[in-house]
Design a protein around this ligand. Structure first.
Ligand SMILES: [Fe+2]
Ligand SMILES: [Fe+2]
Ligand SMILES: [Fe+2]
Length: 420
């Protein structure tokens, strides 16, 4: 996939964090970029990296329930999403060295005495950029009003030199030019893949029941493509289609993803809307074959699937593979409404669905024949993800606790978190 398209998909998906925050990350990236350019001391590479950090800075809000606080102007103490975003960037992105900037992007400068440079200054730039964006979105204030606000009210806290970067025009670029730069910055192919994987994990980690769903689906799909000796191009389409098949879940409320037991009809409708959302995110940004693989994973050969109710002649082999591996991954993983199923149960469910004309019999037979191999190989990918999830959850609790202690005592020691 082209870099431009991957970054566009990431930006569109992050826009789904909350409808009130569409394009928030992109706008914050623009303010950040121009402030850093005005400072005149940052390299192009440093600016490009910070633009991506600005794009991702609220990724932690996918998980935490703080959105309403973020859209309020005074978002000091919005620690939950800042901590979660920090841990995510640190663990999963090639920009781990900038994770502290995300951690501190709502921190009052008065608590940052112990924070070393460059984090202190970059976090403040991101903070001002973020508040300027929120204010111009909801407060009806112009960027100029905001610069005056920071200059008047926060003078002693944020240096006036830093605030003034936001009102200077030298070297500033417009939104399109900034976006062009982000999309064409020299990121390696493997970095772009890591950003996409981070995005996918940030969606799957919203519910503890789906932590390994996408990585397992993608691994099963890749292995099946290998077992059927599919051509290289088709394998590549399956790999990327499986990786992106559920990104529309970014737009599904976490209460529905996490609900124990069955969904009622209205909730089912909402849950099913993740497919059109996936389509909306991918449309025009991936090869059509990839889009179809991703958007047809709930179709069944007998026309009983959704969203289109397509039938066997309309579904390609690659689309059928991901439709089966998606179910396989769900059956093998614990969900809010079910436990992990043993092999016999999984085999009997899949065989039954194939006998009823819903799933492709060749694919199901291959799974049954290679079951142990598939499970062993997929565990090599999914077990580390489970460990990451558990470690991340415990690190999150630990950090939240230390930070609330610091807030109680007023003694902020944030430097240890900058040691990345
Ligand atoms: Fe934030
Ligand atoms: Fe933000
Ligand atoms: Fe799905």
């Amino acid at each position: 996939m082209q870099q431009t398209n991957a970054i566009e998909i990431i930006a569109r998906t992050l826009s789904m964090i909350d409808l009130r925050l569409i394009d928030h990350g992109r706008n914050v990236a623009l303010f950040t970029c121009n402030a850093m350019r005005a400072a005149g001391k940052y390299t192009e590479k440093e600016i490009d990296d910070m633009c991506l950090i600005a794009l991702f800075h609220d990724i932690g809000a996918f998980k935490t329930e703080e959105i309403s606080r973020l859209v309020a102007f005074d978002a000091e103490n919005s620690w939950e999403h800042s901590i979660y975003g920090y841990l995510f960037i640190k663990r999963f992105s090639p920009l781990a060295h900038l994770a502290p900037v995300v951690l501190l992007h709502h921190t009052s400068p008065r608590f940052m005495d112990t924070v070393p440079e460059p984090y202190r200054e970059l976090a403040q730039i991101l903070h001002i950029a973020d508040r300027m964006e929120i204010s111009s979105r909801f407060g009806g204030h112009s960027a100029g009003d905001l610069v005056r606000y920071f200059a008047d009210e926060r003078d002693k806290l944020i240096s006036s030199g830093l605030v003034s970067l936001f009102s200077r025009n030298e070297g500033s670029i417009d939104r399109d030019e900034m976006w062009n730069r982000i999309c064409h910055a020299a990121h390696s192919r493997s970095d772009i893949e890591d950003y996409l994987k981070m995005l996918v994990l940030s969606i799957d980690f919203r519910s503890r029941h789906t932590v390994t769903h996408t990585v397992s689906t993608a691994e099963f799909s890749g292995l099946m493509a290998e077992l059927f000796s599919l051509r290289r191009r088709e394998r590549a389409c399956i790999a990327i289609g499986a990786l992106l098949h559920d990104i529309g879940k970014a737009g599904i409320p976490v209460e529905i993803l996490e609900k124990p037991g069955c969904l009622d009809s209205q909730e089912t409708e909402i849950m099913r809307s993740h497919v059109p959302l996936t389509e909306q995110l991918l449309r025009g940004r991936v090869d059509e074959r990839v889009e179809r693989i991703a958007c047809r994973h709930h179709e069944k050969l007998d026309g009983s699937g959704y969203p289109q109710g397509l039938c066997a002649p309309e579904l390609t082999f690659a689309e059928r593979v991901v439709a089966v591996t998606d179910i396989l991954s769900a059956l093998c993983g614990a969900r809010s409404y079910k436990d992990v199923f043993p092999k016999e149960r999984v085999v009997s469910i899949l065989t039954d669905m194939s006998a009823r004309g819903k799933l492709d019999g060749r694919i199901v037979r291959k799974i049954v024949d290679s079951y142990d191999f598939l499970m062993e190989r997929t565990a090599l990918v999914s077990d580390p993800v489970t460990r990451h999830y558990e470690q991340l959850a415990s690190e999150y609790d630990h950090m939240l606790e230390s930070i609330s202690d610091m807030r109680e005592t007023g003694n902020f020691q944030l430097a240890p978190f900058c040691d990345v």
